[in-house]
Design a protein around this ligand. Structure first.
Ligand SMILES: [Zn+2]
Length: 269
């Protein structure tokens, strides 16, 4: 049995994305059966090649909302899932906006690409479906895209939570209470405010409000202003009492019973 989280990103937001001073390829969760790519922003396939992840080894795409730092490489991921559109295969799960489009938010995967998937399904917060050997439940967000979702994924080694882009609001506490690993998109340091996003102090409040705190917090989707992610991780850790690791291109977390293994494949950005 195997559960791994592999990062192809550390950055997010417009400046990190435009300059690629931080990678924006999203992250992956691999279990025995599920091979899911989450939020493949610009460079996802390039970053996969850099850290030697086999793109064919993908069967699920998750896109949390309609901002380009979360979706631009999505159709290429669908092409990988479907072996270059030659086989009907795999699953695409995302916000209503990402899957079907709504108002000014157009769907991010074309009908042509969706036609080769076995399932293309929007999830609303609170909705849950089974995918391969896992269960995924959509969580709430408060962000620009009104239909944005995060998730709570149930694996054989416990639950993995992903906040996606959201500001802090009480629903998050209930949505992520008791997850084993929490991946949170933390854009700014300490209490530096940024509309629609979390800063470090928000993450501290979120974790300290839970009745059961996660074992590990991974900071993801950091903005260019987040100058020293390691120092920021220490700050969050000191104020919550849990392990905190900043995401990095090439970071792999392997979950085992009661512990996790940290591995880093150092790659030049
Ligand atoms: Zn966003």
């Amino acid at each position: 049995m195997r559960v791994e989280i592999i990062f192809l990103s550390s950055g997010g937001g417009r400046w990190a994305t435009i300059t690629q001073k931080k990678a924006t390829g999203g992250f992956r969760i691999h279990t025995e059966k599920l091979k899911m790519h989450i939020d493949p922003g610009p460079g996802a396939v390039v970053r996969m090649s850099q850290i030697k992840i086999n793109p064919w080894n993908t069967n699920t795409l998750f896109i949390s909302h309609c901002h380009p730092d979360h979706y631009t490489d999505g159709e290429i991921i669908v092409e990988a899932i479907t072996y270059g559109m030659t086989k009907k295969r795999g699953v695409f799960i995302g916000s209503l906006t990402a899957v079907e489009g709504f108002g000014e938010y157009e769907r991010v995967i074309s009908n042509y690409h969706k036609s080769k998937l076995e399932l293309a399904k929007p999830l609303y917060p609170g909705e849950e479906i089974k995918i391969y050997d896992c269960k995924i439940k959509a969580t709430h967000t408060k962000h620009g895209d009104p239909f944005g979702i995060g998730f709570r994924l149930e694996t054989v080694f416990g639950e993995i939570g992903y906040t996606s882009d959201t500001e802090f609001f009480p629903k998050l506490i209930e949505d992520f209470d008791g997850v084993r690993i929490l991946i949170a998109n933390i854009v700014r340091e300490k209490n530096k405010k940024v509309r629609g996003h979390l800063n470090s102090n928000n993450a501290i409040d979120l974790i300290n409000s839970m009745s059961k705190k996660p074992e590990l917090l991974i900071m993801n989707h950091m903005g260019l202003n987040m100058k020293n992610p390691k120092k920021e991780a220490e700050y969050i850790s000191e104020n919550t009492g849990i392990d905190v690791i900043p995401a990095e291109l090439g970071l792999k977390i392997e979950l085992l019973n009661g512990k996790y293994i940290y591995k880093l494949k150092k790659v030049k950005i």
